[in-house]
Design a protein. Structure first.
Length: 290
């Protein structure tokens, strides 16, 4: 059931995509359970797009409770080849200000409680993850932001996103540790998604919307949810514009992506003798290699 080549996962404060027409709410079932909410399929300027609210449309799921595997598998089932995550993040650098946009190119994993692979149960795969986002897709997102000349928004191409477990925000000692590592931004959601998207051979990139200076900055209050939401609401119109421009550019010129063949050299198990239940469960990922 190929329905949409472009998928959007909306994070905190981004629960819908305003410009979609001919909307269908799809309750997708996957071998990994149900996604966070219905997937909204809609049309933007003749391009079919699949939108999913990561925490649910009423924001009912903690980062640690997110059904990451179901979310990414649902996108795969709908035919998604390019996936953009719009996410709220804290800044770990002075020159990355609230309301700025970052398109990160690296991640540091500080999660403790996430399942970040489709594999196991008799089939072993190790994807390459040195470059965890698709550079070509990230360029399209960056170019889309740059083309809009948004007032008061500085674009940062590249940067390292620390993915922490949460739900509590960091301590000052942790925040300063991440700063000493040279990290740029911090959030709680994008790393498991990036890994699973890579396993699913979907190109993935993040549009990170800066909402706060976390808790390290001596001249700014420590991050609170009110701060995150207030800044995201200020940024929401811009974020919608960026997503629309990105979809427009992707529809016109879908870039090649190494992610689209990520499993080619990643599967160690001989699939002809692998357990048939696991092959059945993962058939969407494995079909082209069987
Ligand atoms: C509401 S502040 C913390 C929350 O916001 C970010 O969510 P998302 O990445 O889905 O935009 C952060 O990762 C936390 O989950
Ligand atoms: N400071 C922060 N830490 C973790 N996740 C966030 N999301 C938005 N701001 C954040």
């Amino acid at each position: 059931m190929a329905e949409a080549r472009i998928g959007i996962i909306g994070g905190s404060g981004l629960y819908k995509m305003d410009a979609l027409k001919d909307i269908e709410e799809v309750q997708v079932q996957t071998p990994f359970g149900s996604p966070s909410d219905v997937v909204i399929l809609g049309t933007f300027e003749e391009t079919r797009v699949a939108f999913l609210a990561r925490h649910g449309r009423n924001h009912t799921l903690l980062p640690s409770e997110l059904p990451f595997r179901a979310n990414i598998y649902a996108m795969k089932q709908l035919g998604v080849e390019y996936l953009i995550s719009a996410s709220a993040v804290g800044s770990l650098k002075e020159d990355v200000k609230p309301l700025d946009m970052v398109v990160p190119d690296q991640f540091i994993d500080r999660t403790k409680n996430r399942v970040s692979t489709f594999f196991g149960e008799g089939i072993v795969a190790h994807i390459a993850f040195g470059d965890p986002v698709c550079g070509n897709l990230a360029s399209v997102v960056g170019d889309a932001i740059a083309s809009l000349n948004l007032p008061d928004v500085t674009l940062h191409r590249g940067g390292t996103y620390v993915c922490m477990e949460g739900p509590a925000f960091s301590t000052k000692a942790e925040s300063n540790l991440y700063r000493s590592w040279g990290a740029t931004i911090i959030g709680m959601t994008n790393l498991p998604e990036a890994k699973l998207a890579r396993e699913a051979e979907i190109a993935y990139a993040t549009l990170a919307l800066v909402t706060d200076y976390d808790c390290w900055h001596p001249e700014h209050d420590s991050v609170t949810v009110d701060m995150v939401i207030a800044n995201l609401q200020r940024n929401a119109i811009n974020a919608q514009k960026v997503i629309q421009e990105t979809v427009r550019r992707l529809a016109k010129n879908p870039p090649p992506s190494d992610a689209h063949s990520a499993l080619k050299h990643a599967i160690l198990t001989r699939l002809d003798v692998a357990p048939s239940e696991t092959k059945e469960k993962l058939k969407l990922l494995l079909n082209k290699y069987l």
